[in-house]
Design a protein around this ligand. Structure first.
Ligand code: ADP
Ligand code: MG
Length: 464
């Protein structure tokens, strides 16, 4: 890779942290670096549409990223393919020389990369479904570990189904604390699955790091604010819950803030020791529910604002009406419509939105093809037939293969649950969601499932 490619890669990495996935994918990822002419960075856009949008909304952001990585260009010039000939000479010389050297020393702001930057309180739309959770998270971010006499927010326990914004709120607390951290709090965020893996790794007696367990404990007991996401995945076996119980007590007794999220309230988490369950309920529990129609509209408007994109009211209503399962899916549907318009190089219309979201549309067919590839790989692994996986057969092997296929399709292609349901002979989305969660917790709990998933990904050549 030449210099220019490397520079562009670095700029993109920085941009990927500050932009939403949607705008990054649509407007940045498909730009090509062309050359550097008179200290202007020249980029090529795949279409006139993209060129205009980037010129209008992203130049400043790109410049900011350039600055962040310690470079300095006078300007960012966006061209389209047919303008390239004009820059021919520069393109040639670009390949021969290294053109750019860092010109200014940048005092890089020390931002934490622990938190997804777009998951902030500002980007979080508040409705009846999540108001209480939002307010609790906001209070905790502003006064971690401090309980006023009326409300006890330690621990804060946020619960609700998938895709309703739990992780977003936890990261919002983290981002807030990183930005406004006068007391230099040590903020630690960890998904329970990662905590589990770290714990078992630290116990590995073959590991070269003899101090691993102590380091593991210290990382968590030294936190001023500890957030554990999806705490329902905290494994019961192997002493982990006992260790976590002690970490919890140490932090709690020292007045440190603990924040937990889960897909259900403490009383409904099956695989958890009673003493932990009771501690989880000591402070405040806040549930997150499905958003109402109005909140869904507000969320769509917010996301559009963030990517500087406009859609007509009728399209927005249509998306809000048809995507009513959770916020992640709502986002997925919105992405689909915007991307579909971009791919087809058309202005978004209601018909286009319907087409984009129609299960058997052209686009879904190409996606289905990929879904089928995954199903084929799973069949190859389990030595079963695709029509058996799609059928209602419930023998052990077929049921397991089906769940694995569902999980992989969801994970790799990120298709909406409803669409995956269609691939499996019209199963409803709760069945699909159940399979995904089942395999996900299987991976966290036992090596065998994790290995199976890894092997099939190998067959598929997916190295995630
Ligand atoms: P969970 O952790 O509950 O499964 P996430 O926090 O991952 O859900 O949210 C899924 C997606 O929905 C994220 O992209 C998140 O930004 C978005 N989201 C969830 N709730 C809201 C909200 N109230 N306002 C804006 N975006 C939201
Ligand atoms: Mg989450």
């Amino acid at each position: 890779m030449n210099d220019l490619q490397n520079i562009w890669k670095e700029i993109k990495i920085d941009l990927s942290n500050s932009l939403t996935a949607m705008s990054f994918l649509l407007f940045i990822d498909n730009l090509q670096p062309v050359c550097i002419k008179d200290n202007d960075l020249v980029l090529c856009a795949p279409s006139k549409n993209t060129q205009e949008t980037v010129e209008e909304h992203y130049i400043e952001k790109i410049m900011y990223a350039v600055h962040n990585i310690g470079l300095n260009f006078n300007n960012i010039v966006v061209i389209i393919e047919e303008d390239k000939s004009y820059f021919k000479d520069y393109i040639m010389s670009e390949e021969k020389n290294e053109v750019v050297k860092p010109k200014i020393e940048v005092q890089q702001e020390k931002k934490s990369d622990q938190f997804i930057r777009r998951y902030t309180f500002n980007n979080f739309v508040v409705g009846e479904c999540n108001r209480f959770a939002f307010m609790s998270a906001d209070s905790v971010a502003k006064n971690p570990g401090i309980n006023d006499s009326q409300i006890n927010l330690n621990p804060l326990f946020i619960y609700g189904g998938v895709g309703l914004g739990k992780t977003h709120l936890l990261h919002a607390i983290g981002n807030y604390l990183v930005e406004n951290n006068p007391a230099n709090y040590k903020v630690v965020y960890v998904p329970a699955e990662t905590l589990t893996n770290e714990y078992f790794k630290s116990l590995n007696k073959y590991s070269s790091d003899k101090d691993a367990y102590r380091k593991f404990r210290e990382k968590y007991t030294k936190a001023d604010v500890l957030m554990v996401d999806d705490v329902q995945f905290l494994q019961k076996k192997g002493g982990l819950q006992e260790v976590f119980f002690h970490i919890f007590n140490d932090l709690y007794n020292a007045g440190k803030q603990i924040i937990l999220s889960s897909d259900r309230p403490p009383k409904d988490i099956n695989d958890i020791e009673d003493r932990l369950r009771s501690r989880f309920s000591w402070g405040m529990s806040a549930d997150m529910d499905l958003p109402s129609f109005d909140t869904r509209i507000a969320i769509i408007l917010k996301k559009l604002e963030l990517v500087s994109c406009k859609l007509s009211d009728e399209i927005i209503y249509y998306i809000a009406e048809t995507s009513n399962s959770n916020i992640r899916e709502l986002e997925g549907a919105l992405n689909k419509v915007v991307m579909y318009a971009e791919l087809m190089n058309k202005k978004p219309s209601l018909d286009l939105a319907k087409e984009a979201l129609k299960v058997n549309s052209i686009e879904t067919n190409t996606v289905t093809l990929d879904g089928n590839k995954i199903i084929d790989a799973v069949c190859q692994f389990y030595n079963v037939q695709p029509n058996e996986i799609i059928s209602k057969k419930k023998t052990k092997v077929i049921a397991e293969a089906r769940m694995v296929a569902i999980y992989l399709i969801r994970e790799i292609l990120a298709l909406p649950l409803v669409t995956i349901g269609q691939l499996f002979g019209g199963k409803d989305h709760t069945t699909i969601s159940y399979s995904v969660e089942k395999i996900r917790s299987g991976i966290a709990e036992n090596k065998k499932t994790a290995t199976i998933i890894k092997d099939i990904k190998c067959i598929l050549n997916v190295d995630k």
